[in-house]
Design a protein. Sequence first.
Length: 320
Amino acid sequence: MNILKKPSWYISENEVTDESLFDKRRDFLKLGAATVVLTSSVMEKLSAIEMTKRDPLRFTKTSFGKGLEQNSFHQASTYNNFYEFSLKKSEPAKLAHTLKPSPWDIEIKGEIEKPFTISMEEILSSYPLEERVYRFRCVEAWAMVVPWIGFPLSHIIKLAKPNSKAKYVKFTTLFDPKQFPDQAKGMFGNIPYPYVEGLRMDEAMNDLTILSVGMYGKTLAKQSGAPLRLIVPWKYGFKSIKSIVSIEFVENQPINTWNDINPKEYGFYANVNPNVDHPRWSQARERKLGSFFKQRTLMFNGYEKEVAGMYKDMDLRKFI
Ligand code: MTE
């Protein structure tokens, strides 16, 4: 994760095309308008969205994030960190068509009453979905505001019935080199796979922590971590692991991927903190996707009231 010298994500408002326009593409082609010459930039936008065909979801709106100005679906789904596809942020949208989010099973295991497997269909039929508009802050100092659809992770934890040894929850992304081109590169891949993340049990149980199955009214775009990803809005984005296939309850703090790669720069906690700089850049300010000017980074990404109590006895300079 390196900071970009040039803000390649910057797109002016008139370049942002909303999803409904993409949805109209098929109708447009059916009308026999194939002879119309499309400019390459329009074609690129259309093909990117073709990769992200999404199904509508039934969900309840909530007051989370009321008043926040949301980024567009186009912005959130064409500027992605998903190393299993590419290091380049524009590439996952173009490459993610190889990911098959259905059928999809998640293993629930470790220090629990009885390990089991749950399918996405079971998850979708068991838990009422809600929409929560959250701030999202990447450790690289870019940010966005996204309407995620999901349910509290605590629902799965209650279902799993962890025993007294379960102190942390470890999450693992799918390992399948056929679906993730970078995994097929073995030791020459971008990072070691599978991608792993973890939370302390109280963090996992916090009401803000959700498992997301959708965004902008429909299922997740593949490049955004379909069919199931974690969203922990007060932590840097690398904690929000994508395309999860295993949730394991463990006694010891799991070694998360970025902490494993570079422990001096990326910790386990990764709480958004404007007062603790990354060794190579300041965290005091951030740039929201689509904005020219930077804005102030908020302590715990603006969720201080809800989460600060969990860290009151910890030195946040030490536990990065
Ligand atoms: N999960 C997996 N499996 N692989 C990844 O490369 N990148 C992380 C996180 N989850 C990543 C991942 C990082 S660094 C960030 S900032 C967010 O996903 C980006 O989420 P977005 O692409 O939806 O913005």
